[in-house]
Design a protein around this ligand. Structure first.
Ligand code: PSV
Ligand code: MN
Ligand code: MN
Length: 424
């Protein structure tokens, strides 16, 4: 289904007066409201193709109906999100979960919804039907050259799919590692992985980047070969200028200071992309901002500080993606919440008085420094985010409109109640 523009216009018309009252505080009192609104309009967050169906856990899955049954329908769903919030203008595909049979047709379908293709994701953490060699004991790290070659070939194939779609980056997440002490020679596993990545790197087109995603645990529980940002950065540095580290918020050991990691990676020019989600315990993949919104704000605070220090473009110089999916919410509603949480944290971080913060730091005024950050964090920036959406042609209240229009019911009507999103 396609969301007609007049429905958004009607909704905005009804909500306009109340919105303008809240916005007037900003336009009357805050000097930099306009540049913040513009930055919010420019900021797009890619939606992963695997988040459009109910995620489930290894214990069960409870699909809610009307889930996309094909890549085309997934694109349609991201198109719906983008029509509502004008901030989800990209989709990220996982291969082979979402193989585009006709790249040109898929590309133009996406373009008809105003979408482009973000990073392509390879998958060497599962065995596929008809696959010759198993990844049970790893892929790019495997002791057997033939298994490594199969995984290298897969990644090169993913790059080719991406080229056809106009994507310009590859994310490599490896489940490689070991489950028990003694299973693996860490050094040799690293070296074999490095050699394999080098072959993939050699196949990257000139304007492409490769993101090396790390994860501390799961599915291997004793060691992960790309287990932290140190290992990822080592790989990225050894590979060369087109290789970067990718930070997934759920991939750290408990209580890791992710904002500091972000700061140092930016300093090194090696932060490439982000997977946003939230968690209480591990890689929970919960809605962004649902558990630790202050941490999200602190991360954005470092992102802005570090990107500005390097003269980077906030909207285009890093890959921004959501990587979340779970069992109990409507996936589209969940994604609307995640996108909004990201925008709120970004807007709050844009409010931070950076020169005052540096002064407080130079004076060792710890209290002042904290006050400056919390002043920004405790500001209600929702009217700014809503205004950015309105100006871009989106809805003032996307979630409310999604419900008012009974979009899920319409999707169930079109696709059926018992649909299973492909891929998961
Ligand atoms: C692994 O936990 C991960 O975060 C990687 O990004 C995968 O590609 C994604 O989840 C999908 O399972
Ligand atoms: Mn991820
Ligand atoms: Mn993950």
């Amino acid at each position: 289904m396609q969301l007609e523009a007049y429905k958004i216009a009607d909704h905005n018309q009804k909500a306009l007066e109340a919105h303008q009252r809240k916005l007037s505080y900003w336009t009357d009192e805050i000097a930099n409201a306009e540049p913040i609104i513009q930055k919010l309009i420019d900021f797009q967050i890619a939606i992963p193709s695997w988040a459009l169906g109910t995620g489930g856990t290894r214990f069960g899955r409870f699909p809610g109906g009307g889930e996309p049954r094909s890549l085309e329908e997934k694109i349609e769903d991201v198109g719906l999100l983008h029509a509502l919030n004008q901030s989800s203008g990209a989709i990220s595909l996982h291969i082979p979960w979402d193989i585009p049979k006709d790249g040109e047709a898929i590309k133009s379908l996406a373009a008809s919804f105003g979408l482009r293709f973000d990073a392509m994701n390879s998958n060497t953490f599962q065995d596929q039907p008809n696959q010759q060699h198993s990844y049970k004991f790893g892929s790019l790290q495997h002791v057997d050259r033939a298994v490594r070659q199969q995984a290298i070939d897969h990644n090169i194939d993913v790059i080719k799919h991406g080229v056809a779609l106009g994507s310009t980056s590859l994310t490599v997440w490896l489940s490689d590692g070991s489950c028990f002490p003694g299973q693996l020679n860490f050094r040799k596993a690293f070296e074999r992985t490095q050699e394999s990545l080098q072959e993939i790197y050699a196949a990257l087109p000139d304007d492409w980047k490769v993101f090396v995603e790390y994860k501390a645990f799961e599915p291997n529980f004793y060691s992960m070969t790309v287990g932290d940002w140190g290992a990822s950065l080592l790989f990225a540095n050894k590979l060369g200028p087109k290789a970067y580290t990718l930070v997934d918020l759920g991939h750290h050991l408990p209580n890791a200071n992710i904002e500091q990691i972000v700061s140092l990676l930016l300093m090194e020019g090696k932060l490439g992309g982000f997977h946003f989600n939230d968690s209480k315990y591990g890689d929970d993949d919960l809605t962004v901002g649902s558990i630790r919104p202050y941490q999200l704000f602190l991360i954005f605070n470092e992102l802005i500080e570090g990107m500005d220090a390097k003269g980077m473009n906030h909207a285009t110089d890093l890959g921004w993606m959501i990587d979340a999916s779970h069992n109990v919410k409507d996936p589209l509603e969940d994604l609307l919440q995640s996108v909004e949480a990201i925008q709120l944290a970004y807007a709050q971080a844009l409010l931070v008085d950076r020169s005052a913060l540096e002064e407080a730091r130079d004076a060792n005024d710890v209290v002042k420094a904290q006050e400056i950050l919390q002043e920004a964090y405790r500001t209600d920036v929702r009217p700014l985010v809503a205004e950015a959406r309105r100006r871009a042609g989106g809805a003032l209240q996307p979630l409310a409109l999604f419900r008012q229009l009974n979009i899920r019911q319409q999707l169930i009507g079109e696709r059926g109640l018992k649909t299973i999103a492909t891929g998961l």
